[in-house]
Each structure stands twice: as structure tokens, then as C-alpha cells.
Design a protein around this ligand. Structure first.
Ligand code: FUC
Length: 789
């Protein structure tokens, strides 16, 4: 204990670790407590989330549980007759009456999503006076997924450690001091939700429920238990008073009655009180050190699979992470360590927020403090949910994609009813712009919102590109045949019926009605609207879906089938891309003007990234048109959009442009409620490295992490090493980056040239590797490793 404090004090004194150290510690650190949400430190076990503020007198830890949402299972009979409007909308569109089409779309809108809810807030109110604290430090160690707070007060060194354990389903906090009996505090839990809280013995139990009628909404049971050494613990109303204790361990568990997307949360609810008590029983006799050991072993198994090092990186012990981010913004970069930290933070966030079957990371991961969060903290499917999972495969966290695959499975169930009720299609399934814990699939908007986001039935089809990538990277044939393929086929079945013949070009297939997420056009007649026919984004998603499903069915059947031939024929009949008069890729059927030419969405570029049917090598003209589109849009945009553009530029082999966008993503953004004169507000990164849309959305973090991988290795057309390396990263190394075909790559490079690459094949096979201007074809046995120099 004494030694540990000494080390941390030495670090605080400014001792610097050199870049030549084997691996630099990956830590976010601060010299003061968080005042704002965007300064707090996130912990998560894939179900429970915690945000550590680290106050000296008053500590606040905001808690979440990813199973706590408003609402209940969807009504599969909602809007049964809505599909009757589709022929009328088509008629309006094909007589070029876009205004009428826009207005009729409102009849094809159902309910909006549920809200992801905050759980409780733990308060630790210290009772030992308010003398000034010195040597304050708050940190999040990404290598072990531990948050820590230290400070000195009245000659005593206080230390707190916080963890969110996946194997033990709990959040655990240890409070210590280097002097016996120095800790006195009151612990209590508050909640924005309807709840009751009572303390007894060494426990606080909070029972409550999500917003809505108590008998129809998710219930929760949150239990805190404390174990103290020395001193006394007494219950005090809804809190516990710890008096003159030497050390305390706080165990926090939570369970809810959520029992799956199709089960009523009360009538068919899970036995959440018993489950919470069982969670606690399993851990109450384990010490903090034992829980910490179990937690770090589990976490490191995932986090430790991949590392990325850049020459010149230094672990800066003088400037806090916030200061480093500000300097990076003001000085135009120059901190490779911060870039590495940002990369690993994305991997950390995915491990921490995506380990609950069927409930992937929301717009805010698992970290939402609001009763009514921005965009309900739901699953937004016209980019955001897909982007959350872009790093999963390539950054060696494949298992983290499974909660998403579970949600897509649930969508495919509800989506059959959406297909029938809203679109009059009896085959297959579809889903729309938003979803939630109930796997809602209907078009949203409640008959009053703009079709530009509400009327869109391509959500499921786009998510299937993530579902497919899990196979592409792992080559897990059982997953392909039992899980992915049935989902893909169901989506294709729907789309084969949804496509219509283009009245202007017989034989050609388009979607109608169509929208292009969330952009608006201006027709030559001056109508400013959103509904059209033959939007390019719809067709881009379908090109990916059909191509992947053709590959899947032919793989599973060892050759072409009647179904694959049908998909091939349909794919060939899709209206081709059109390059506009300005050389950009048309987003609209016609070469219309955009209402907002710099619009954040670029859905018509899906074929370039995350899709694979546009590339400089395969389709140079389309790639050039995509480049033109990106140039027209410029570089000022929201966090998630910046994350996407890094990947798009990387796929165009433009390392410097991709890096420029990555630097944009690392623009310092002030907390939303900060009011100082030096407030900074834009897309970028908050002091705690959360992505700023603004407000906080986690998709930009994930898009950024994926984008770095895309600059280092690409694998859609064989393996390409360093395809978009910026000069700022001219020397470095990466370990454990994944490539399609089941490959894992370690490589070092110097002055932009690969000096050594070790490629391991999980399943065997032949692949072409392009590096240093050469191409080599390599054949592997399963498990074989080969080294390139
Ligand atoms: C999409 C985006 C918005 C925001 C929201 C959650 O609708 O257009 O920018 O990210 O999702």
C-alpha cells in the first residue's frame, strides 16, 4: 500500500516513461475531479455501466444497466393497414408529385422507440471535514480496466479503486487510506426513476422501475453492500454511515425484470430480486483483490489481443489527458501517444459496453445519465449502430459483435410483421431507422415526423453487412449456416418484393418510395423534399446485401443455386450509379441539388465503406466520384460523420486525408454544460475522450478506432499492408490486427515500409498480400504462421 502510493506520487512528480519502453501504459489521467458528465471516467462490464466523477468531499458514480428501458414488447398488429398507402405514394412519385409523396409518407409511420434509462447514482459523502486536498489524481487504466482516485488530505493518502467485472456481474469499489480509521463517509443511492430505497445492516436496497406505468414497465433491484475493516457501519434511513473505518469494499449489483424482446417485463418478467441477491451472494465473500484479479484476467484476455505503437510516443506525466487533447487541437497534432490512447479507448469502450446477448451498445454505449436522453439513447440504424461495430472484427474483438447479431435475430422476428403491415409484403423481414430493447422494426415518426429519417426500411439490410463481416473475418461456417445466412436470406426475400421496375427504364429495378438518410434535395422546380424514387443509398445497401448473400448461399451449397441465380439477376438489374455533372456520385435519382451540400450523412458512399463494391482498383471512376463527393462535403462535420470519413478516405488510399480527418476527430470539445468564455463546441472529443456529436455519441469513438485499422491494413481485395499510412505514422508497429479470411497480422514498419510482417491463418487458405509495392500469394494450413520481410 505504502509502495503503491509512493509510485503514484513519483509519477505525479513528473517522472517520464520513455517511448523505448516495451509498451506504454494506456491511461487517461486528470488532476481534478469531474464537474461534468463529459469529464467522468466510464467503466462497464457489458451490462452495468459506471461513470466515476472522483469528488473529494462528495464522490458521485452514475450507474446504468443496459437492460433498463421504457416500454414493452411491440404490438405486432400496429398499423396493419398502413401498407395501403404505398401504391398511392408510388403513384405520386411516378407522376413527379414529390410534395404529395412526402405528405403521404406520414401514414406509413408507427411509434417511436423506447428510452434507454439511467439506473441510480452512488453518492459517497465524506464526513471528515473539508481541508484542502493535494496531489489529486484520477485515472482510467485501459490495460486493466480500473479507475483510480488518489489524493492527500491532512497528511493522509486516500485511494479509491473502481472496477466493473464481467465474470462477477458487479461494480466493486475499494476505499483505502494509509492511516488506520481515517475513513468516515455516508453512502447512499439516488435515482431519477420512481424508486424506494432502504438501508439495513450493511446493505442498501433500491427497487424501482423505468418511466411508465409500474405494472407495464421494466423493474430493477439495485443492491449495495459494504464490507469494512475497523470502525463501524450503521444503517441510517436510506444510507449507510461508515465511521472511522480503515478500508471499505463496496459491492454493487443490479438486475432487471427484462426477459427478452418479446416478453412482458412484469407478467413474464425475470425474477430480478432473486437474481440480484444471488449475484451478491456469489461475490460477498470474495475480497477486492480476488475480484480484481478475476476481472483483469477476463478483461486482458480481450484487450491484450491487439496493440499499436508509434515511434516518438511518450507517456506524458505532466500534462493531463485533457490538456494533451487541447494541445493536440491547438498545435495541429504532434502527440502520437494520444492517438494510440484514443485507438485503445475505442476498443476499451466496446469491451465495456457490448457483452449482453441481444443488447448491443446504444448511441451512448451503456453510459446514459438522462431520463430522456438525446435521441433516447436508442439504437439508431441509419449509420450509428452499424458504426458502433465497425472495429469489432478488425480490432480483434469479434465476440463483442454477438450482442448485435442477437438483436438482428430479434429484428428478423418482429420485422416479418413490419414487412406485412407497413409494406404489404408476406415474404422475409425488414427493419427501420430506430430500434430498442424490444427490437422494434416499424418505421418511426408517429405520423408527424419528417420522412427524411422516419420512412426508411433498409435498417435490417444494412445491419446485415455487420452480420456478414463476422463470418468474413472468422470463417465460422456454422455461424454462417445457422445464424447469418437465414437472416440474410430473409432480408433478401423482402427486398426482392420491395424493388419495383423503373417506369423510365424498363427492366431496371429501383426502390420507391425511397429516402436518403437524412439528406434533403431541391428539385429543378424548387421543391425541397425528402421522398423520391431510386435513391442511390438504398441501392448501395442492396448491392452489398445481394452480393454477400450470393457468396453465402454458394458457399453453403458448394455452387450456384436457383436462389443465387435469382439474386445475381436482380443485382444486375439494379439501376447503376450515375456520376453527376460536377463529377460527384449522385445521391438522388436525378442530378438534383442538395439542400445542405455539406450534409453529415454520405449514405450513397456505402459501397466504398463499409461496403466493398466501390474501390480505386475495381471501379476507378466510381471511386473518383466518391472522392469528389467527399471533397464537396468538406471536413467540418459531426463526430460520427468524421469517424466515417476517416474510413472512406482510407479506402481511397488517401492516408494524409484520412489522418487529417482523424485529427479533426481529436478536436477538443468542452462539456455541453460548460459556460466559460473559452467554451469550444463542434464535432470532436470531450475531455474524457468520449466522442462529441455533440452531444455525446459513442459511434465516433468506434468509427475512429475502425478508421485507424483501415489505414494500417485492408482486406477486401486480398490483404494490403499500410494502404493509407500518413507520414506522421511513418514508423510503428501493430500486433493482432485482423483481416478477412481468418488472418491475424503483426507487423513493424519504418519510414513507411513494412520491415517485418507475421501473418497467422486461423483456418488455412490462400491470400494475396500487397506490401512495399510487391504482391505475394501465400498459402497457409490452419494455424500456420508465415513471416514476410
Ligand atoms: C442520426 C444522425 C444524427 C444523430 C442521430 C442519433 O439520425 O443523423 O446526426 O447522430 O442519428
Amino acid at each position: 500500500m505504502q509502495n503503491r502510493c509512493l509510485i503514484s506520487l513519483l509519477l505525479m512528480a513528473g517522472m517520464s516513461l520513455s517511448a523505448s519502453a516495451q509498451r506504454l501504459p494506456m491511461k487517461l489521467w486528470y488532476d481534478r475531479p469531474a464537474t461534468f458528465f463529459e469529464e467522468s471516467l466510464p467503466l462497464g462490464n457489458g451490462k452495468l455501466g459506471a461513470l466515476v466523477y472522483g469528488g473529494v468531499e462528495k464522490e458521485v458514480v452514475q450507474l446504468n444497466d443496459i437492460t433498463l428501458w421504457t416500454g414493452q414488447p411491440v404490438d405486432r398488429n400496429e398499423d396493419k393497414e398502413a401498407h395501403r398507402w404505398i401504391p398511392k405514394i408510388r403513384e405520386a412519385l411516378f407522376s413527379e408529385n414529390y410534395q404529395l409523396a412526402d405528405s403521404l409518407q406520414l401514414y406509413v409511420q408507427g411509434h417511436n422507440s423506447a428510452y434507454y434509462q439511467p439506473l441510480t447514482t452512488l453518492h459517497i459523502d465524506h464526513l471528515n471535514g473539508s481541508t484542502q486536498a493535494d496531489h489529486y489524481r484520477r485515472e482510467l487504466d485501459l490495460d486493466s480496466a480500473l479507475a483510480k482516485v488518489y489524493y492527500q488530505k491532512g497528511g493522509v493518502v486516500y485511494r479509491r479503486e473502481y472496477l466493473a467485472s464481467h465474470p462477477d456481474r458487479a461494480i466493486v469499489i475499494r476505499l483505502t487510506a494509509n492511516k488506520a480509521h481515517a475513513l468516515s463517509c455516508r453512502l447512499w443511492l439516488s435515482s431519477l426513476l420512481p424508486h424506494q430505497s432502504a438501508a439495513m445492516g450493511h446493505r442498501i436496497v433500491v427497487k424501482g422501475h423505468a418511466m411508465g406505468e409500474a405494472e407495464n414497465t421494466i423493474q430493477f433491484c439495485n443492491i449495495l453492500q459494504v464490507k469494512a475493516h475497523g470502525g463501524t457501519v450503521t444503517a441510517d434511513g436510506d444510507g449507510l454511515i461508515l465511521k472511522e473505518v480503515s478500508e471499505a469494499t463496496i459491492y454493487l449489483v443490479n438486475e432487471t425484470s427484462y426477459h427478452g424482446f418479446d416478453q412482458h417485463p412484469v407478467r413474464q418478467g425475470a425474477p430480478y430480486v432473486e437474481e440480484a441477491e444471488a449475484d451478491l451472494r456469489r461475490i460477498e465473500n470474495r475480497s477486492f483483490d480476488e475480484l480484481k484479479q478475476r476481472h483483469t484476467a477476463d478483461y486482458r484476455r480481450l484487450f491484450g489481443r491487439m496493440s499499436w505503437q508509434l515511434a516518438g510516443a511518450k507517456f506524458d506525466t505532466r500534462r493531463t489527458t485533457e490538456q494533451q487533447l487541447k494541445d493536440y487541437t491547438d498545435q495541429g497534432g504532434g502527440n502520437p501517444y494520444l492517438e494510440m490512447l484514443y485507438f485503445q479507448f475505442g476498443r476499451y469502450l466496446l469491451i465495456s459496453s457490448s457483452r449482453t446477448p441481444g443488447l448491443p451498445a446504444t448511441l451512448q454505449g451503456v453510459w446514459n445519465p438522462h431520463l430522456k436522453a438525446p435521441w433516447r439513447s436508442n439504437y439508431t440504424v441509419n449509420i450509428n449502430l452499424e458504426e458502433n461495430y465497425w472495429p469489432a472484427e478488425v480490432a480483434n474483438l469479434s465476440e463483442m459483435a454477438m450482442p448485435l447479431v442477437g438483436l438482428v435475430k430479434a429484428l428478423s422476428e418482429n420485422g416479418k410483421y413490419t414487412a406485412r403491415n407497413y409494406y404489404g409484403i408476406e415474404e422475409g423481414w425488414c427493419s427501420s431507422h430506430n430500434s430498442d430493447a424490444w427490437a422494434m422494426t416499424n418505421p418511426v415518426g408517429e405520423k408527424r415526423e419528417s420522412p427524411e429519417w422516419a420512412n426508411w426500411n433498409l435498417g435490417g439490410a444494412w445491419l446485415l453487412s455487420n452480420v456478414w463481416e463476422h463470418y468474413a473475418f472468422t470463417q465460422d461456417r456454422r455461424y454462417l449456416s445457422e445464424t447469418a445466412y437465414p437472416l440474410m436470406k430473409g432480408a433478401c426475400d423482402f427486398m426482392l418484393k420491395w424493388l419495383v421496375e423503373n417506369p423510365h427504364c424498363p427492366g431496371e429495378l429501383i426502390t420507391a418510395p425511397s429516402t436518403s438518410p437524412e439528406n434533403e434535395y431541391i428539385t429543378p422546380q424548387g421543391y425541397h423534399g425528402t421522398t423520391l424514387y431510386g435513391g442511390s443509398a438504398d441501392l448501395a445497401i442492396l448491392r452489398e446485401l445481394f452480393a454477400n448473400t450470393i457468396t453465402a448461399t454458394e458457399l453453403l451449397h458448394n455452387g450456384s443455386t436457383e436462389y443465387s441465380r435469382k439474386l445475381r439477376e436482380t443485382l444486375a438489374r439494379l439501376r447503376p450509379y450515375i456520376i453527376g455533372k460536377d463529377g460527384d456520385l449522385n445521391e438522388w435519382y436525378d442530378d438534383w441539388r442538395d439542400f445542405d451540400p455539406q450534409h453529415r450523412h454520405q449514405s450513397h458512399l456505402i459501397g466504398l465503406y463499409p461496403g466493398h463494391h466501390i474501390s480505386p482498383a475495381k471501379t476507378p471512376e466510381l471511386a473518383q466520384a466518391a472522392r469528389k463527393t467527399l471533397e464537396q462535403k468538406g471536413d467540418e462535420t459531426t463526430g460520427w460523420s468524421t469517424g466515417w470519413r476517416i474510413n472512406l478516405w482510407a479506402r481511397l488510399d488517401e492516408g494524409e486525408k484520412a489522418y487529417r480527418l482523424f485529427q479533426k476527430l481529436l478536436t477538443y470539445v468542452s462539456p455541453d454544460h460548460y459556460t466559460g468564455a473559452d467554451k469550444r463546441h463542434s464535432g470532436g472529443t470531450y475531455p474524457n475522450l468520449f466522442d462529441a456529436h455533440p452531444p455525446f455519441q459513442i459511434d465516433g469513438n468506434f468509427g475512429g478506432t475502425a478508421g485507424i485499422c483501415e489505414m494500417l491494413v485492408q482486406s477486401a481485395e486480398g490483404i494490403r499492408l499500410l494502404p493509407a499510412l500518413p507520414s506522421a505514422w511513418k514508423t510503428g508497429s501493430v500486433k493482432g490486427i485482423c483481416a478477412r479470411g481468418g488472418f491475424v497480422i503483426d507487423m513493424d514498419w519504418k519510414d513507411g515500409q513494412v520491415t517485418r510482417a507475421r501473418i497467422k491463418s486461423r483456418v488455412g487458405g490462400t491470400v494475396t498480400v500487397a506490401y512495399n509495392g510487391k504482391r505475394k500469394s501465400l498459402t497457409f494450413k490452419a494455424g500456420q504462421e508465415r513471416t514476410l520481410k
